[in-house]
Design a protein around this ligand. Structure first.
Ligand SMILES: NC(=O)c1ccc[n+]([C@@H]2O[C@H](COP(=O)([O-])OP(=O)(O)OC[C@H]3O[C@@H](n4cnc5c(N)ncnc54)[C@H](OP(=O)(O)O)[C@@H]3O)[C@@H](O)[C@H]2O)c1
Length: 328
């Protein structure tokens, strides 16, 4: 049903998926906009997060929009140096139908990504969900976990200020802090929810056991973990989210940019399918996630408008059940 619906929603030349490279579908035919419009995130179908936030099932990750990015607990250079280009990407993502923007207070070395989202997109479209996170603190070049109630409260209130919001639609605990019982961290998020500062609670980087412990404290509507055709460590969490109706926000959906087709046998088979379809491996990886479970919401990150359009165009690439089984 869902695959038929997605296929029906395809626009323009992108409808002929078997013959037209999706990379081409992601590009305008002319600068003046008279040609084919890029495919839209709508083609991915919709997912309802927490019973009341319905979004197109392909989001946008903002972790690369600042010059400084986090990697292995340290800041390093490598992201976008130009804030105006970051704002352009954010606006274009929304133009292309993205309704779920993932961010975190700790993205960018100087907490600058949330303000960029405000500058680019405020007044926010009614159907836009900005999902942010708290639970990490910067100390010099290092990033450490802090899941204490006091820190989470201060972080949430600072995000509300930076985003100019009265309430955050989805507030995610970025990492479980081993120094703080998970129950205490989630308990504080529950209090922020009761106070109306958070609409929904999400978790990130959790095991299934941690998710179950958190659910005993407060309603949890989403989990954000690394997941892709080459990283299946969260298979159990995906299965649980599917059964429980939670959103599974897949981060690193493109293997953090390092995805090689020979990484795993499944990736090699997916790469072969991509070649046959005339699409890129990145587009095939996003299509694989969309087909893997209807609870999955991939959030690819990019610093390039061209890549953004190609990623969104992947919303229109349908992998059949037989193809998914063959990829394994
Ligand atoms: N919860 C967490 O702890 C956590 C951790 C990490 C990330 N995240 C979130 O997840 C989002 C996505 O993860 P990610 O950005 O680290 O990794 P990713 O989406 O797996 O990969 C991004 C990489 O792929 C490249 N790329 C994107 N589209 C492409 C295309 N069409 N063709 C070729 N290359 C392409 C990008 O390079 P270009 O810039 O050149 O396009 C970049 O190097 C982040 O932005 C962030 O919002 C969350």
């Amino acid at each position: 049903m869902e695959q038929v619906a997605r296929r029906d929603l395809l626009l323009g030349t992108c409808a002929v998926l078997a013959t037209v490279p999706l990379a081409a579908c992601g590009q305008r035919m002319s600068e003046g906009g008279n040609g084919t419009l890029p495919a839209r995130a709508t083609s991915a179908g919709a997912l309802t997060v927490g019973n009341d936030l319905t979004v197109n099932r392909l989001g946008f990750g903002t972790g690369r929009l600042g010059e400084w990015q986090r990697g292995a607990g340290l800041f390093r250079r490598g992201g976008l140096q130009d804030p105006s280009e970051a704002r352009r990407l954010l606006r274009h993502a929304v133009e292309l139908g993205v309704q779920f923007i993932d961010t975190a207070d700790s993205y960018g070395r100087e907490y600058e990504i949330e303000p960029l989202i405000y500058q680019a997109l405020h007044p926010y479209p009614r159907d836009l969900v900005i999902a942010t996170k708290g639970g990490l603190v910067r100390s010099g070049d290092r990033v450490d976990k802090d899941g204490s109630p006091a820190h989470l409260r201060a972080a949430c209130e600072a995000s509300l200020t930076r985003l100019h919001l009265a309430r955050i639609d989805l507030y995610q605990l970025h990492w479980v802090d081993p120094k703080v019982p998970l129950e205490e961290s989630v308990g504080e998020l529950a209090r922020l929810r009761t106070e109306g500062k958070i609409r929904h609670i999400g978790l990130s980087n959790v095991t299934l056991a941690e998710l179950r412990r958190a659910q005993a404290i407060a309603p949890v509507v989403s989990v954000q973990n690394p997941y892709s055709v080459i990283d299946r460590a969260s298979d159990d969490v995906v299965g649980y989210c599917e059964r429980a109706g939670l959103a599974f926000v897949a981060y690193g959906p493109l293997g953090f940019g390092g995805a090689r087709q020979d990484t795993t046998p499944a990736a090699a088979r997916l790469a072969e399918l991509a070649r046959r379809r005339g699409v890129s491996m990145q587009q095939a990886m996003l299509a694989w996630l969309l087909a893997r479970s209807r609870q999955i919401l991939p959030i690819p990150g990019t610093t390039s408008v061209e890549h953004l359009e190609q990623d969104i165009a992947a919303a229109g690439l349908v992998l059949t059940s037989a193809e998914m089984t063959a990829i394994g």
